[in-house]
Write a protein that binds this ligand. Structure first.
Ligand code: FAD
Length: 574
């Protein structure tokens, strides 16, 4: 097991395709040609997916899991036997050595079948196995990884706090140095798996470390430690009910110096790595859920008749189907582009994975809403499972960060990158025109059908770079505070990232002489719709960067925030 250190940290990689977009660049070699799996890898993936599908069909009953609020330990152990846990870890580290691309195919299958199972596998592979493999000492790995991979042990990752939220720079849980280790005090809440975990990975502030005042560090803590209470989070959970959630109370809990995970002060880096992979596999599982919903949408539209004809013939219903198909096509292109990058490219997927989660959040919420609309009254009852999908998806929008928090992260990453590049301008002001200038990047056209898209895509990418740079140059450090403008920039950039992946995928499809023409046409038309919708949406967002109602929004919100409502005020806990 001493070779486990080979698993390299994502934070060490160089910046990726999206970082180029922030500067108005289209880094062709990062996205073109679209990655196609080698035949052997594709067959391997198909065989794995077939065996997982069969296992799910026979043994995983999502409605029962939801009703009983329990994902049975037998299922977890069986997933271990099927090598789903630790799937992407090297074989010489005890994992299955499967590439992220095929792991995402597995997550897609699980997500389509059962939200709770997909969430549990995502949590175990990324928050537990992945993080221990990347940052654990040999001893820690030897002790925990084999049992985790076998599904015999479970681990929970505790970051969120009642006051601090999920942002680690505001952690109130502290680990203060003692003579022989650390003493942890504080509270964590809503920690997935905590009530059943055999080990807790706890992020705490280490203020008296030599690293920095706001340093955070990860610790391995036994749930049985003196001074630690683990209890179920109060109340019924909305979705993904098979995964338990708990609150932790630390009262002078002692941990030894050997129980730090990674280095002192490395907590934020560890969390960023966990989140990156979690967002990717989350998005793959959402893609699977979306495909199942699209199928339900189409089936109902064809079956249900109104005004003497199937509702599928109404353009308003057709718009729902076409939009769902186009959005899922784009999500698929972006998920597998990103998975391939994680497998092969020495580039970070930090921004890409945040954008994937943001897009998956938006698309899935719309698809489940539209599917329920088309199923009408029948969607409200639990015999159709649609209300379970709705609950699971709504829960997923919040976990790992809400859409607005993701938007803010994207914008802050863009501002930081561009700000770093422009900071010399305060002294070398004469370089300003050259530094701020952004041209229109050329996007190679390999097929005539794509010429139009290449033009607007290049033009919008250039415009994005220009807008980020000029916004930074005029607002500087104040820019993150202008959240509505930041959100627009983040949404534009996300649309351009997904569109670039779609563009690359369509290029590969259109120039591939072996794909039958009807398949080529169907794929082109679906991707084409996504590109057209994104172009229009982005045009409108660019307009709003210049002319908007942000002041009016602030005024009305402030007035309502000071409004005195009649009736009793709901009691709140933090
Ligand atoms: C069932 C469940 C399981 C969970 N599992 C885990 C786990 O295993 N480990 C763990 O550590 N955590 C876990 N969490 C916590 C989860 O990650 C957080 O609930 C989530 O990140 C949202 O944080 P919050 O609830 O503190 O909301 P808040 O951060 O308080 O957000 C509330 C609202 O304010 C908005 N907001 C917050 N900050 C900003 C900002 N800067 N700009 C604009 N708007 C903002 C948000 O968008 C949101 O609309 C879990 C939560 C749940 C419900």
């Amino acid at each position: 097991m001493d070779q486990l250190n080979q698993h390299s940290a994502a934070s060490e990689k160089r910046s990726g395709f999206v970082q180029g977009l922030f500067f108005g660049k289209f880094n062709e070699q990062s996205v073109l040609p679209y990655y196609e799996q080698a035949e052997s890898e594709r067959d391997e993936g198909a065989a794995t997916v077939a065996s997982i599908s069969e296992f799910c069909r026979q043994f995983v009953f999502p409605n029962l899991i939801d009703k009983e609020r329990l994902l049975a330990p037998d299922i977890i152990r069986a997933l271990g036997d099927l090598s789903v846990l630790g799937m992407t870890l090297d074989q010489n580290c005890g994992g299955a050595g499967v590439c992220y691309f095929n792991f995402c195919r597995v997550m897609e299958t699980l997500g389509g079948h059962c939200g709770s199972t997909a969430a549990a596998v995502n949590q175990m592979n990324n928050s537990a196995i992945g993080v221990l493999a990347a940052y654990g000492s040999d001893e820690q790995k030897n002790q925990w990884l084999p049992k985790l991979i076998a599904g015999e042990t479970s681990v929970a990752l505790a970051v969120t706090e009642p006051l601090g939220g999920v942002c680690p720079d505001r952690l109130r849980t502290t680990a203060k140095a003692t003579e022989d280790g650390f003493k942890i005090d504080g509270e964590k809440r809503w920690v997935s798996n905590a009530p059943v975990a055999d080990l807790l990975i706890v992020l705490a502030a280490t203020p008296d470390s030599a690293v920095a005042d706001d340093a955070t560090t990860a610790f391995l803590v036994m749930p049985t430690a003196n001074g630690l209470t683990v209890e179920d989070s109060p109340g019924e959970k909305l979705g993904n009910r098979g995964v338990t959630v708990g609150d932790l109370h630390f009262d002078a809990v002692k941990v030894s110096a050997d129980d730090t995970l990674g280095k002192i002060g490395q907590g934020n880096t560890i969390l960023a790595d966990v989140r990156q992979n979690e967002h990717l596999s989350y998005s793959a599982s959402m893609l699977g859920a979306g495909k199942v919903l699209l199928q339900r949408l189409v089936e109902r539209a064809n079956f249900r008749k109104q005004a003497g004809k199937p509702i599928a013939e109404f353009p308003l219903v057709q718009r729902k189907i076409a939009t769902a198909a186009a959005n899922l096509f784009a999500l698929e292109c972006a998920v597998y582009h990103t998975a391939a990058h994680l497998d092969f490219a020495e580039e970070s997927i930090g921004n890409e994975s945040i954008m994937l989660k943001l897009a998956a959040n938006a698309f899935l919420w719309q698809i489940v809403n539209d599917t329920m609309d088309v199923w009408g009254g029948k969607s409200i009852f639990d015999d159709q499972s649609l209300e379970r999908f709705l609950r699971d998806i709504r829960y997923s929008l919040i976990s790992e960060g809400t859409s607005d928090v993701l938007r803010q992260q994207i914008a802050e990453n863009a501002i930081e990158a561009v700000g770093e590049d422009l900071k010399t301008l305060t002294t070398n002001w004469w370089q300003a025109p050259a530094k701020i200038y952004v041209g229109t990047p050329a996007i190679p056209v390999k097929h005539e059908h794509l010429r139009f898209h290449s033009r607007w895509l290049g033009s919008q990418i250039g415009k994005l770079g220009w807008n980020i740079k000029t916004a930074y140059a005029t607002s500087g450090a104040e820019l993150p505070g202008k959240q509505l403008q930041c959100a627009r920039l983040a949404d534009i950039a996300t649309g351009l990232f997904l569109s670039s992946c779609v563009y690359a995928k369509l290029t590969a499809t259109l120039i591939n002489g072996t794909i039958p023409e009807p398949t080529q046409r169907a794929e082109f038309e679906t991707g084409n719709l996504f590109l057209l919708n994104t172009r229009d949406n982005n045009d409108s967002l660019f307009e709003q960067l210049k002319i908007n109602h942000d002041d009016e929004i602030a005024k009305v919100a402030k007035a309502w925030l000071h409004h005195r409502f009649e009736g009793p005020v709901e009691e709140q806990t933090i």
